[in-house]
Design a binder for this molecule. Sequence first.
Ligand SMILES: Nc1ncnc2c1ncn2[C@@H]1O[C@H](COP(=O)(O)OP(=O)(O)OP(=O)(O)O)[C@@H](O)[C@H]1O
Ligand SMILES: [Mg+2]
Length: 241
Amino acid sequence: MLVLRSVHVHHGHLHVLKGVDLHVGEGEIVAIVGANGAGKSTLLGTIAGVYAPTEGEILFEHKPLPYGKVEHIVDKGICLVPERRQIFDSLSVKDHLLLGAYRRQRRDRQEVKRDYERVLGLFPKLQTMLDRPGGLLSGGEQQMLAIARGLMARPKLLLLDEPSLGLAPLVVKEVMGMLRGLCDQFHTAMILVEQNVRAALQTADYAYVLERGAIVLHGKAAELLADERVAEAYLGAADRR
Ligand SMILES: Nc1ncnc2c1ncn2[C@@H]1O[C@H](COP(=O)(O)OP(=O)(O)OP(=O)(O)O)[C@@H](O)[C@H]1O
Ligand SMILES: [Mg+2]
């Protein structure tokens, strides 16, 4: 459903992505792993329409993505759950969820209501704290809220930027453990960007390793998990986190 062909992205003079090829199939979870500054967030931001490629092309459902307007890309069915979650301190849990559906609110109010119930069914913890301001939630709860808010946009492709960041190992397990079920229930594919390489490879179907803006390795996630080069470069570091 998503194809990137030789995508280059510059931030000013900085050449950040250097010819990235990537493929995501229907319902698939694809992990992108790599060190700090490799260009992972830039890659997700480019797919979400925040940055435009300077070269190369991105096709979503066989058509070029409309660049320049993030909202148009949300309407196409691509939704970004950004790094550090961007939860508003004083906005309630309920309002965060409704905000996730803001592009659809006017068009299909009934459907938004149904999705709201469905999302809460999947995140029973959030159900108990609907009036609580976002700033009072724990890190794990905030991450769940950010994902739930993303699902409210009814994406066909959900982009998650480092969902495990700052979470205790048990909470990482809880959040990662939910992702497959969410994809199945909402019929969505997912790109999972992670520095927690082990958790990402255990969760994904397919994975890409990004180093200094280029894909250096890709394959089935289970195969990369067993790959010595990945173990040497990344798994030791992930264990220390
Ligand atoms: N909006 C921006 N303007 C200018 N430079 C940027 C911008 N965003 C990122 N960069 C630079 O691009 C490079 C890649 O950054 P990016 O955030 O994509 O990496 P990352 O792999 O997500 O890193 P991390 O793991 O730390 O989140 C870095 O050198 C960064 O300083
Ligand atoms: Mg990043």
